[in-house]
Structures are given as structure tokens and as C-alpha cells.
Design a protein around this ligand. Structure first.
Ligand code: AHM
Ligand code: MG
Length: 316
């Protein structure tokens, strides 16, 4: 079912998503609605924060990425469906008291691109859900293709939830009047080929992967243009909708690049592939990489079929 305007829970029910997974996704979407409301007034929070570091409600003013993390931890710990939580903001995973019988583990980046908060540029929350297998930290270290759901919420001019439960990609827009995520993009399919490349080209001198500079040069000759926001959620969102390529490669200083496998690369790779694109670390499909630790970094190349195939031919 893909009736425009239907709300998230109804959509999941109608698509026969298992009840525990519906609860899991609902708890994430509820936490993200709260984060969206904080992001919307981020500038004000700073002004209010100056008076003794408490806001008008008498609450302590926190940095927004810490706040986003606290909100997610609280909501997801209460939801009973998550046996474990791993966050980019926390050194170790959390195993909530109420999640002892939980069927899933979730990994998330609470507020990706948070260096962009000060300049009012789109940022987001990224999440990845795996099934509980052993009931240990090992459960977070499953390959990306084993995700049962992945998605992100982008806090932009509108707040959107982009989601895959393994049968395509759908998008919901937060309706400020009803406070509900309503289906706005029933089937997100990437074009076979795009016109945009998205990479921090200031690092070009440092890139250590042979063939990458040549690849970018080829795209320029083919008439591609560059768009780079520096906020992965925003850059991937554009790539998902318009096609092209987003990359964060390794370089001489950062041998594994910058982005994290669990919280950023794997969920985005899942969405990109579910929308018909390809995702690689330059050597293998990102979804086949078995993580060795929860905070592991990886080079990332995500995009349309044409660009990723072309890249893989040139990389040495
Ligand atoms: P963060 O998780 O600390 O916010 O860092 C990740 C962000 C991504 O959103 C973005 O793709 C990347 O960092 C940009 O890095 P750079 O400024 O080096 O181009
Ligand atoms: Mg991040």
C-alpha cells in the first residue's frame, strides 16, 4: 500500500511489518520528532542558555548532539523492543533494563553533521536495526545486509523520515499540524545515472586511493557539477533522489576515512541499494563488510549504478 498522506504506523501495519519492528520504528520516529523540535529553535537555545545555562523551563541547556543522544537513549530504552543500543556518542553500548526481552539491537548517529547547527544547515539522525542473535555486543557487529530496517530523519526546511524495511525505500514528511509522519515519497528509486558528485575535494591532494582523482576528473569532463554540504544526511538525501555519487574516501591521514561503518555507512548503503544504487568501500560491497568494533570507520562511496561501476573500473 502506498497511499499518499497515510501515516507511518498505518503504512507499516498495512505493509505487514512485524509488530515489534513497528514499535521499534515508532519509538525512533517519536524521539526524532522531539529532536526536530529542539533543532528548530537551536539558535534560541543558545540565547536562553546564556542566563546561567538553564532555559526558561529551568532545564539545563545542553549541546544539541548530546541532547539528541539523551532523547534517543531515553525513548529507545523505554520501548522494550531494543535489547541493545549503540550510539556514535557513547563509548560502550547500552543494554536497557526494560529491553531484556527485546528482539532488536539499534545503532544510531543521534545528530549527524552537527557542526552545521551553527549555520542552520540540514542535519539528521541515522539509524540501523539488526535482529538480536546472541544477546551480546556481537549482535551489533553483523553485516549491513542483515539489517532489518535502516533510515534517517533529515531536519531540513521540512523534517523527513526516509526508511527501508528491506523492500524498497519510502519517505515520510512530518506534518506540523498533526505531528505525524505522513507518506510523501511512496517509492524512492535512484536514477541510473546522475549529474552531481559530492566529495570534499579540498582533500584531493591527500587522497591515497589510486584512480580516484582520475575518476573525478572524468566526471568533470562529462559535465558533472559539484555539491557538497558536509552533512552526510543532506548529501546522501540529494544523492538518493537525484542520483550521482557521494563519497568520503580514505586519505594519507585517515586511512579508513572519517565515517563510521555502523552508524553512517551501513544504514546509508542499505537505503542506497534498496533504491537501486550501489555502495562500496572501494574494495567490496559495504553491506558485506563484517564490523570488528562498533566505532570502526570506513571509506564510503554511494551512488547510482553508472557512477559506482565507473569508479570501480578506475580504482586501483
Ligand atoms: P559527525 O558525525 O561528527 O557529524 O561527522 C560526520 C560528518 C558527515 O555528516 C559529513 O559527511 C562529514 O562529516 C563531513 O566531513 P568533512 O567536513 O571532513 O568534509
Ligand atoms: Mg556522524
Amino acid at each position: 500500500m502506498s497511499t499518499l498522506g497515510v501515516n507511518l504506523s498505518h503504512f507499516l501495519l498495512k505493509n505487514d511489518v512485524e509488530p515489534a519492528l513497528i514499535s521499534a520504528i515508532e519509538s525512533i520516529s517519536n524521539a526524532c520528532k522531539i529532536i526536530a523540535s529542539k533543532v528548530r529553535v537551536a539558535g534560541l537555545a543558545d540565547i536562553l542558555g546564556k542566563a546561567g545555562k538553564t532555559n526558561v523551563q529551568g532545564e539545563e541547556v545542553q549541546k544539541l548532539d548530546e541532547l539528541a543522544n539523551d532523547i534517543l537513549v531515553e525513548y529507545l530504552s523505554e520501548s522494550k523492543v531494543f535489547y541493545g543500543l549503540a550510539s556514535e556518542e557513547l563509548d560502550e553500548p547500552i543494554f536497557p533494563e526494560k529491553g531484556k526481552e527485546g528482539e532488536f539491537v539499534v545503532s544510531f548517529d543521534p545528530l549527524d553533521g552537527s557542526s552545521n547547527i551553527d549555520v542552520n544547515v540540514s542535519i539528521g539522525t541515522i539509524f540501523s536495526i539488526h535482529r538480536r542473535v546472541n544477546g551480546t555486543v556481537e549482535d551489533f557487529l553483523q553485516e549491513g545486509y542483515k539489517q532489518v530496517a535502516a533510515g534517517y530523519v533529515i531536519y531540513g526546511p521540512s523534517t523527513m523520515l526516509i526508511l527501508s524495511v528491506g523492500n524498497g525505500v519510502v519517505g515520510f514528511t512530518l506534518d506540523p499540524d498533526t505531528g505525524m509522519f505522513l507518506l510523501s515519497h511512496p517509492e524512492i528509486k535512484m536514477p541510473e545515472k546522475g549529474k552531481i558528485y559530492s566529495i570534499n575535494e579540498a582533500n584531493a591532494e591527500k587522497w591515497d586511493r589510486e584512480g580516484l582523482r582520475e575518476f573525478i576528473q572524468t566526471l568533470k569532463q562529462e559535465g558533472y557539477t559539484l555539491r557538497y554540504i558536509g552533512s552526510m544526511v543532506a548529501d546522501v538525501h540529494r544523492t538518493l533522489i537525484k542520483g550521482g555519487i557521494f563519497a568520503y574516501p580514505s586519505d594519507k591521514k585517515n586511512k579508513n576515512g572519517k565515517l563510521r561503518l555502523l552508524y553512517e555507512a551501513a544504514p546509508m548503503a542499505f537505503l542506497i541499494e534498496q533504491a537501486g544504487g550501489l555502495a562500496t568501500n572501494g574494495n567490496e560491497n559495504l553491506l558485506k563488510v563484517k564490523p570488528e568494533n562498533i566505532h570502526q570507520r570506513t571509506p564510503v562511496y554511494l551512488g547510482s549504478q553508472k557512477e559506482i561501476k565507473q569508479l570501480l573500473e578506475l580504482l586501483r
